[in-house]
Ligand binder design. Structure first.
Ligand code: SF4
Length: 236
């Protein structure tokens, strides 16, 4: 069954990004339901680093700092120390870790999982995303990224989940923190104009996918074919 027709299906950052990268890859993954992952050492290491950082950050913001969990993990303890220095816990703030938001309204059927949403006592609401990339991000690229659009949009649309019915756009932001560049977090401010633009962009993208003719989807060779998990079966 076409996954788009399943009642429980919500578009995510990953699925939308996959479609933008290659509609045929979207077809393999989300319509035919074929799931493969690369298994080389570099990819495994990146996945393990990502999972560890998210776990460390979640435990830190939940107030769990026992070193039993991290024993013999020098790298992990350094990450924890860097987190502490960059984001000292404030008792007046509210922290929501690994928080999932889903919505099905106005033609936007979408979900996202947030590494951290920080509701500050000052009224600011800051989304945090933890990254383990080896190269430092460029603010402009991050600002225009699909993740930034989706995460800021979805949270703003669903603030009622947190009993927030009044807010100012200038109080909402998203910060990317790269554990390998702990002193240069990238903070993206939000605005009413960005919100309207994001809504139009996401709605249009979902409508495009919903009406896309995947039956006649052809292979259009692109650079990423060389790294694609479907390259051995993708012939035309
Ligand atoms: S091999 Fe290329 S065209 Fe085929 S699914 Fe992968 S990225 Fe798309």
């Amino acid at each position: 069954m076409d996954i788009r027709q399943k009642k429980k299906f919500f578009y995510s950052q990953n699925s939308l990004k996959t479609f933008l990268e290659c509609p045929k890859k979207f077809k393999y993954r989300y319509i035919e339901g074929i799931s493969w992952s690369r298994s080389d050492d570099l990819v495994k290491e990146a996945i393990e680093d990502g999972e560890t950082l998210h776990s460390v950050a979640e435990r830190y913001f939940l107030g769990i700092e026992d070193d039993f969990y991290y024993k013999n993990r020098d790298k992990t303890m350094i990450w924890m120390e860097n987190l502490k220095k960059a984001f000292p816990l404030k008792t007046e703030d509210i922290y929501r870790c690994e928080y999932e938001i889903r919505q099905r309204k106005e033609g936007i059927n979408m979900m996202a999982r947030y590494d951290l949403i920080n509701f500050k006592f000052t009224g600011e609401i800051e989304i945090f995303d933890w990254k383990t990339n080896k190269t430092e991000f460029d603010k402009k690229v991050v600002e225009d990224s699909l993740q930034t659009k989706i995460y800021l949009f979805l949270l703003t649309e669903n603030l009622n989940l947190f009993n927030i019915n009044y807010f100012k756009f200038k109080n909402i932001s998203m910060t990317y923190w790269q554990v390998k560049f702990p002193h240069s977090p990238i903070k993206i401010e939000y605005s009413s104009q960005s919100h309207n633009d994001n809504k139009a962009y996401i709605k249009n993208l979902i409508e495009t996918i919903d009406s896309y003719d995947f039956e006649n989807c052809k292979k259009v060779p692109i650079k990423s074919c060389n790294f694609c998990e479907f390259s051995s079966i993708c012939k035309d």
